[in-house]
Design a protein around this ligand. Sequence first.
Ligand code: ADP
Ligand code: ZN
Length: 228
Amino acid sequence: MDGSKTPAAAPVLILLGPPGAGKGTQARMLEDSFGLVQLSTGDLLRTAVKAGTPAGKAAKAVMEAGDLVSDDIVIAILRDRLAEPDTAKGVILDGFPRTGAQAEALDALLAENRQRINAAISLEVDDAAMVTRISGRFTCGGCGEGYHDSFKPTAKDGICDKCGGTDMQRRADDTAETVASRLEAYHAQTAPLIAHYDQQGALIRIDAMGAIDDIAGQLAAIATRVTA
Ligand code: ADP
Ligand code: ZN
């Protein structure tokens, strides 16, 4: 860089919230309407598990038990993904950071790139509802669109509304038993980050118990404001 002109830093949004809060659903809607790139460490890890990479091999059993994958692995995966050129448009982090060490690593990484966190949005929900939400959800293997048996069914049975695909997938860890561990991990290790971002002045809390479109509207308003 010649230093004569610094381009505007690409926006960084973080979605915080327990499993089932709707981070993935909302991140995808923001991606579509704001041209941001969704970075889901859960998706990146599932890809690594499928591909059988060393990181994937180490993560598989941990994920199936509903525990958190080690910081080293997750931070390395995220760092590599952030180095890909498409993320220059700006990113929505979905499922990262999840621990204090990950939050610190992210702060350092962004500082290196002269970026900052525009907003850390906490999706606030009741734990009790998360079990129902998670046990009914499924995803289109073709395009990644998320669905739910009761709350967001496909228009035609077994056919994706978005891409017409028929390869509907349910996650191995979306069972009532693992949801309990995942909620516990969230409260013990991730919820404390809410205070971290509050101190940075980046925290925005929203009530995420309402309708998907309603929450999407609130998030779009926030994204418009913080990326302006
Ligand atoms: P959810 O938020 O619904 O639990 P994710 O797809 O974000 O779903 O994560 C699924 C699993 O992947 C987690 O339970 C955990 O094992 C692992 N994982 C994802 N992101 C992280 C992370 N940032 N740190 C540690 N483990 C992670
Ligand atoms: Zn699809």
